[in-house]
Ligand binder design. Structure first.
Ligand SMILES: O=P(O)(O)OC[C@H]1O[C@H](OP(=O)(O)OP(=O)(O)O)[C@H](O)[C@@H]1O
Ligand SMILES: Nc1nc2[nH]cnc2c(=O)[nH]1
Length: 187
């Protein structure tokens, strides 16, 4: 890492606006866990984490779900380290056979929604019995891939800014930031 890039990272972190604290996120995740438990406790679901962004959310959610379930992951990305999305690139497909399974996809954010729609379609093609989505953050704007697109389970809603923390990155960094932060335009 160059000294200039390190300075940029520290400046972005220092100047970012806190939208949700870690405590507020933990409350939202516990509420989601109650909803997910009500729906899936008797369905032997397969929870699929979308890497990399979904890892923090999954890590917080899974210990709140005290019923039989399986966990796997997939890696698909359409942003890379950029702040605007393009085509979805599949890097790793789920190793588990999805045929006949109730699949719940876990990700950090529903922004445009192209990522989750493509992943859900791929799970259905592989024979999943049902496919639903759970996201920590839903970014509110009118650019959704389908009008009114929502996840089945949502933690918090945010304004239309570029976000980091809670698993989301700024140029590959700050996924570990404790809370959800908006990058300030002048950063
Ligand atoms: O709703 P969309 O506009 O499609 O964007 C949402 C996706 O973008 C981010 O992934 P990214 O492609 O940045 O990969 P990452 O998880 O490795 O950060 C995020 O983790 C979601 O998967
Ligand atoms: N880090 C990050 N990734 C995203 N993917 C889609 N929207 C966002 C965002 O606001 N921040």
């Amino acid at each position: 890492m160059t000294p200039e890039f390190k300075q940029e990272l520290l400046k972005v972190r220092a100047e970012a606006r806190l939208l949700y604290s870690q405590a507020q996120l933990d409350d939202a995740v516990r509420r989601m866990a109650t909803e997910i438990t009500a729906r899936y406790a008797d369905l032997n679901p397969l929870l699929l984490t979308v890497m990399n962004g979904g890892v923090v959310f999954a890590g917080r959610l899974l210990p709140e779900l005290d019923f039989p379930l399986e966990v796997d992951y997939l890696h698909a990305s359409r942003y890379g380290a950029a702040t605007t999305g393009s085509t979805l690139h599949w890097r790793v497909s789920p190793g588990t056979n999805l045929a006949g399974r109730h699949v719940l996809i876990l990700d950090d954010i529903l922004d445009v929604g192209a990522t989750l729609l493509a992943i859900a379609a791929a799970c259905e093609e592989q024979g999943a019995l049902s496919v639903a989505t759970a996201v920590l953050v839903d970014k509110v704007h009118d650019r959704k891939a389908e009008p009114g697109l929502k996840a089945d389970f949502t933690g918090v809603e945010t304004e239309d800014a570029y976000l980091f923390g809670g698993g989301m990155d700024y140029k590959g960094y700050w996924r570990n930031a404790p809370g959800i932060f908006a990058v300030e335009d002048n950063a």
